[in-house]
Design a protein around this ligand. Structure first.
Ligand code: DOR
Ligand code: ZN
Length: 347
């Protein structure tokens, strides 16, 4: 049996939703993770500091008795966001980042940004106070092919924004391409990149070959195998500390996934750490999991590494998970890696 012990990991990109879904999924993340950056794309979105404070209370209420899980709150950037409100929410310690969704890019992104000049003041304030901007890096212009959205975003939106706003600290979230890897790797310490569990495991064939698989559909959509390999290399090589885990675990009830127009999102909160142990071991890089899941994220966010540890064990018998978790909102199907996973979190 092999084991590996890490400082408790964090998830730097997580969707917890609200209401009955929040109650169903919050314990899944709190079981293994000490903290998570909580996405603000609720309906209506979490825009002002007051909204984030109220949402944080609802999350804390949904946690199991005795849990010390810490939700790290974010604000949803709109063209009307008030720089003062952002500065106050950051100064109070409540808010750890602001999230930029280009309008129309993904689930509940209608209030996102269309005209980047309208958010210039907020971005300048954030650069001054060192508050990170988390970016959903896809253009939404209809003439751009969905598989090219990330590469075009880097060139036409991300790089220009960063040049116009020196000092702005940016996380390019859920990178899915070699273009994203190369861009993040080439920047200084004001740039981070998160990688999801599922993008380390699937490519676009998983979604489309042998019938359409709605539970592998997420945004940014998985790309071809060469891109997946670039992500695996970035995560597991340990060569560049700008890369860290952001699961983008994004629960939708089965009825919203298994339908003619299904929602984007893979649900990986329950089993991310065993899946990652499998991926890192396959690369001969188990020793690099600690940097990716426990150290690089806190370093970027200027937060301490967690006290306490999480131990993963490898056993002869593969691990098993339920096909779905039942929430008060309905069943949510777990991401299926498509191979046996022999790693378990020691309880
Ligand atoms: O697959 C995704 N699901 N990508 C996103 O950017 C949003 C998320 C969601 O909220 O469902
Ligand atoms: Zn997301």
């Amino acid at each position: 049996m092999s084991t590996i012990t890490l400082p408790r990991p964090d998830d730097w990109h997580l969707h917890l939703r609200d209401g009955a879904m929040l109650e169903g999924v919050a314990p899944e993340t709190a079981r293994d993770f000490a903290r998570a950056i909580i996405m603000p794309n609720l309906v209506p979105p979490v825009v002002r500091g007051d909204d984030a404070a109220a949402y944080r209370e609802r999350i804390l209420k949904a946690l199991p008795e005795g849990s010390d899980f810490e939700p790290l709150m974010t604000l949803y950037l709109t063209e009307k966001t008030d720089p003062q409100d952002v500065a106050q929410a950051a100064a109070s310690g409540l808010v750890k980042a602001v999230k930029l969704y280009p309008a129309g890019a993904t689930t509940n992104s209608d209030s996102g940004v269309r005209d980047f000049d309208k958010v210039r003041g907020v971005l300048e304030t954030m650069a001054e106070i060192g508050l990170p901007l988390c970016v959903h890096g896809e253009v939404t212009r209809p003439e751009v092919d969905i598989f090219d959205r990330e590469a075009v975003f880097i060139e036409t939106v991300l790089d220009p924004i960063r040049r116009k706003t020196p000092g702005l600290r940016v996380v390019m979230e859920h990178i899915t391409t070699k273009d994203g890897v190369d861009y993040v790797a080439a920047q200084g310490d004001d740039m981070g990149g998160t990688i999801t569990t599922h993008h380390l495991i699937i490519n676009r064939n998983h979604i489309l070959v042998g019938g359409i698989k709605p539970h592998y559909y997420c945004l940014p959509v998985a790309k071809r195998e060469t891109h997946r390999l670039a992500l695996v290399e970035a995560a597991t090589s340990g060569g560049n500390t700008h890369f860290f885990l952001g699961t983008d675990s994004a629960p939708h009830v089965d009825a919203a996934k298994e339908t003619a127009c299904g929602c984007a999102g893979c649900f990986t909160a329950t089993h991310t750490m065993p899946l990652l142990a499998h991926v890192f071991e396959a690369e001969g890089a188990l020793d690099k999991l600690e940097g990716f899941a426990s150290r690089n994220g806190p370093a970027f966010y200027r937060l301490p590494v967690n006290e306490g540890t999480l131990t993963l064990e490898k056993t002869d018998q593969p691990n098993t998970w339920p096909a779905k978790i039942e929430t008060g909102a309905g069943p949510v199907t777990l991401f299926d890696p498509g191979f046996p996973v022999h790693w378990h979190v020691k309880r």
